[in-house]
Design a protein around this ligand. Structure first.
Ligand SMILES: NC(=O)c1ccc[n+]([C@@H]2O[C@H](COP(=O)([O-])OP(=O)(O)OC[C@H]3O[C@@H](n4cnc5c(N)ncnc54)[C@H](OP(=O)(O)O)[C@@H]3O)[C@@H](O)[C@H]2O)c1
Length: 268
């Protein structure tokens, strides 16, 4: 039985998501146990205190836990110079969209692999992250992932790997749907003569205020929508137009496309 330690934590890829994860890791672990690799030396300058290298192999060799924050197409070549034997005792945690547990095991040579699907808001500790591990990942590995993700926002364990495609369509791509809605509110406010700055604020603050109601109360979105919609009032005039034009169906179709695309990427 290999030792299953989680002492030295290596982050491969110091881009958007890698940096966001590093901030979460720093709130839990001292920088001496954190290792970061990226091929761009200038990106590594931001990780003061952590061990850094432009050479992936050095960081992989040094760590018990390897967090993959590279692009999916960089997976295989990132492990080319790493021997499968040296991966035997290591835990891989991957956020690579569409990279299956089987592909991750094959590419890295590691046995214990856990996939996570975060969204962009992990950058501000308000992310939504789903995870699922393979059979070789231990109870301790799973507890480690839950602990590691906690400072980054909400964390949900999936029941099976195939749920990643739907999670990607809902919480992974989801922030962009809300940004798009916010853009539509802004465009209308500008058409009404508000300055760009005020239009942006009115729209963004409205999204934040609605989100705060969902976060700080037990009422669902539907309950709040009904509460704010008086019959034949102003909100009713807007929402009945959306309903008559198939808003819910259109969103469902759009998200089905996101799910299908995730399936395609997984099978590519
Ligand atoms: N953005 C999201 O909302 C989101 C959500 C869920 C999951 N993800 C996943 O998160 C992962 C990372 O996304 P990201 O937006 O953070 O990507 P990114 O900004 O491109 O960061 C990846 C970094 O890793 C570096 N890199 C790649 N291969 C390397 C190697 N072999 N050695 C050293 N450095 C290497 C890249 O360098 P170069 O740029 O020079 O290649 C880049 O700096 C992706 O797999 C994505 O599917 C993203």
């Amino acid at each position: 039985m290999p030792s299953q330690q989680h002492n030295k934590i290596g982050l491969l890829g110091a881009g958007n998501m890698g940096s966001a994860f590093y901030d979460g890791l720093r709130s839990l672990f001292p920088s001496e146990v954190l290792y970061v690799a990226d091929k761009n030396a200038e990106k590594l300058a931001a990780f003061s205190g952590a061990h850094t290298s432009t050479d992936f192999t050095t960081i992989i060799d040094a760590c018990d836990v390897i967090i993959l924050a590279i692009k999916p197409f960089d997976l295989e070549k990132s492990f080319e110079a790493v021997s499968a034997a040296s991966m035997e005792d290591k835990l891989i945690i991957s956020m690579l969209t569409g990279a299956s547990l089987a592909r991750l095991t094959e590419a890295s040579g590691a046995k214990r692999v856990i996939r996570v699907m975060p969204n962009l808001a992990v950058k501000v500790g308000k992310g939504v992250t789903a995870w699922f591990g393979n059979d070789a990942a231990s109870t301790e590995d799973k507890a480690f992932v839950e602990k590691m993700l906690a400072p980054m926002g909400a964390v949900h364990a999936l029941e099976r790997e195939s749920q990643f495609d739907a999670v990607t369509a809902v919480s992974g791509s989801g922030p962009a749907y809300f940004f798009y809605l916010c853009e539509a509110l802004t465009a209308f406010a500008k058409q009404q003569g508000f300055s760009e700055a005020l239009a942006n604020k009115l729209a963004a603050e409205t999204c934040i205020s609605a989100a705060a109601l969902l976060e700080q109360t037990d009422q669902t979105a539907e309950q709040w929508r009904r509460a704010v919609t008086s019959k034949k009032g102003t909100t009713d005039a807007a929402l009945s137009h959306l309903e008559a034009n198939g808003f819910v169906q259109l969103m469902g179709e759009a998200m089905a496309r996101a799910k299908n695309r995730s399936e395609e990427l997984s099978n590519a």
